[in-house]
Design a protein around this ligand. Structure first.
Ligand SMILES: Nc1ncnc2c1ncn2[C@@H]1O[C@H](COP(=O)(O)OP(=O)(O)O)[C@@H](O)[C@H]1O
Ligand SMILES: [Mg+2]
Length: 280
């Protein structure tokens, strides 16, 4: 990302954002609620167009290109939307199979093999005939992850993968993210405000604050920096340059990337509704 600036009216959400996402690693962008994390993700997949700057995917620019080219580049991405964004009337199997049926000419037998393989990876093997409404939020996320993986994308984007999950299910999903990254070798890009989760999953991390990327580095670099914004955010302290009014309440912010597609659980991290299902 090179010098990306995105505004809505007079409100500049992203200002002159520049960083590189290392290939084949997990990178997380952290930031208080409402700082433009979802906007950043939407600019990467071309759902929003920045006023200035350029974004390169595998060296190819994506800002200002034709729709047809954009579709070709988008096929390199798998996206795990908030709340999984599954089709409510389709079984988990059909949801996971959807990209394969839509974008490939594979036989049903081949599709079945791939779906079962990815479902096993995320621990959903026994639940594939169920509808999204019949399983817990944690299972919907895992189904969303399996669906993001079926086309073996080079890059996987996550919009607040922890939202709506209790801490135990977040930890479980983080393990899956680490395993999936290792098995696929893909470039993982996660936006979140969950520091614990980032510490478990990310190799590199950046921090968005007041519309700027104030820091970016390896996990070790970021954990040892003396930067007061980074240390305040990583330690979750009340004292420091980040003021209370900058930490918008979860209900103040617009829905995440998945919101227009599914009834979103919102960005309520550990405080979100906990499903009563034990299978989680
Ligand atoms: N389509 C839009 N139109 C106008 N303002 C928007 C739009 N999308 C996001 N914003 C604003 O941009 C800011 C960042 O939003 P967002 O990226 O959703 O934050 P978060 O970091 O919580 O994901 C917020 O102030 C939000 O109101
Ligand atoms: Mg968001």
């Amino acid at each position: 990302m090179r010098g990306v600036t995105k505004s809505f009216g007079r409100h500049t959400v992203l200002q002159d954002i520049t960083f590189d996402v290392p290939r084949g690693k997990t990178t997380a962008i952290l930031g208080p609620s409402g700082t433009g994390k979802s906007v950043l993700l939407k600019t990467i997949i071309g759902l929003l167009t920045p006023e200035r700057g350029q974004i390169f995917v595998d060296g190819e620019p994506v800002v200002g290109i034709r729709e047809k080219e954009l579709y070709r580049i988008r096929r390199k991405f798998g996206v795990l939307f908030q709340d999984g964004a599954l089709f409510g009337s389709m079984s988990l199997f059909d949801n996971i199979a959807f990209p394969l049926r839509e974008h490939t000419s594979k036989s049903e037998r081949e599709i079945r093999r791939i779906v079962l393989d990815k479902a096993d990876l995320v621990g959903l093997g026994d639940h594939l005939t169920k509808l999204p409404g019949e399983v817990s939020g944690g299972m919907r996320k895992r189904a969303g992850l399996a669906r993001a993986l079926v086309l073996d994308p080079e890059i996987i984007l996550f919009d607040e993968p922890d939202s709506g999950l209790d801490p135990v299910r977040v930890a479980y999903l983080d393990d899956l993210v680490v395993t999936a990254q290792r098995e696929s070798g893909a470039t993982f890009f996660i936006i979140t405000h969950n520091i614990q989760s980032v510490m478990r999953t990310a190799d590199y991390m950046g921090l968005l604050f007041r519309s700027r990327l104030v820091a970016f580095g390896s996990k070790a670099e970021m954990s040892t920096t003396a930067d007061p914004i980074v240390t305040q955010f990583l330690q979750g302290r009340a004292e420091g340059p980040i003021a209370m009014d900058e930490m918008a309440e979860p209900e103040d912010q617009p829905g995440g990337l998945g919101a227009p597609l599914a009834a979103s659980a919102g960005s309520v991290a550990a405080l979100g509704p906990v499903s009563s299902s034990a299978a989680g």
